[in-house]
Design a protein around this ligand. Sequence first.
Ligand code: ZN
Length: 291
Amino acid sequence: MKNILTFDIEDWYHPNLADKDLLGAGPFEDRVEEPTLRILNILDETHNKATFFVVGDIAEKFPDLVREIVRRGHEVGSHGYRHNLVYDYTEAQFETDLGNSVRLLEKITGRKVLGYRAPSWSLGEKTPWAWDAMHDLGLQYDSSLYPFKTFLYGDSTSSRFEYNLTLSGDKPFREIPPSVAEVLGRRVPFSGGFYFRVVPYVFLKAGIRQYNRAGQPAVVYLHPWEIDVEQPRLKPDALKRFILYANLKRTEKKLRRLLTDFRFISIKDHWGLTDARPQPQLAVSAGEPVQ
Ligand SMILES: [Zn+2]
């Protein structure tokens, strides 16, 4: 069974745990290109494909990197323009942020953007308008509802498997959440980010197998900064420091191993969606003489 691999393409200064106070005003050192190219090479070597949710700021600075992702056969989705939390936005602000990011990515790639992932999984019941905004921009799916509650995000009652959302006016829309295992009736995150870095490899493997036994693909996610060992280190409190930087050194090796043991594809290919842009309508209708 094929599983789903996703990357949120952002730099070391984007995570919302890296408080703006600690970061200062910037400008910050851009480091995203090198680890992203390393990820692309690992995917080529292991014959896997993925969905890359790209931050607008990054696409603006590195359009060639976005084109390279597409050239190598992967899907590009939106991770917001400024990597701000969705629940800090008004509906209108969100529409502007998402619309700008989608238009930029489509201009760079020549493809239709189909999916979105919220920065820090920051949407849910309080932001029902977010899915309508995605639908209105021509998107077909969201991958932001974390089925596990933490201090920053998530909902432990939402589905662990893909499902159809019911939007106003019965508009079709899909949700594909990151994977969370179930152990003795409790939900245990394992499939990405901090959890991916700290859980033993056997647990990671067991989590994916649990999904596959249920006839479902596991959805795995990582960020390029999680394999960027030399990144500048911020100094928030000990817990946040642990969440941001635990096991960076071992993550690339773990990812390689996973990509050898399982097969991965993009979300678009999982559902057989097409991201070809519609051809412009011919101005001349049949039977009319052409001048
Ligand atoms: Zn992010």
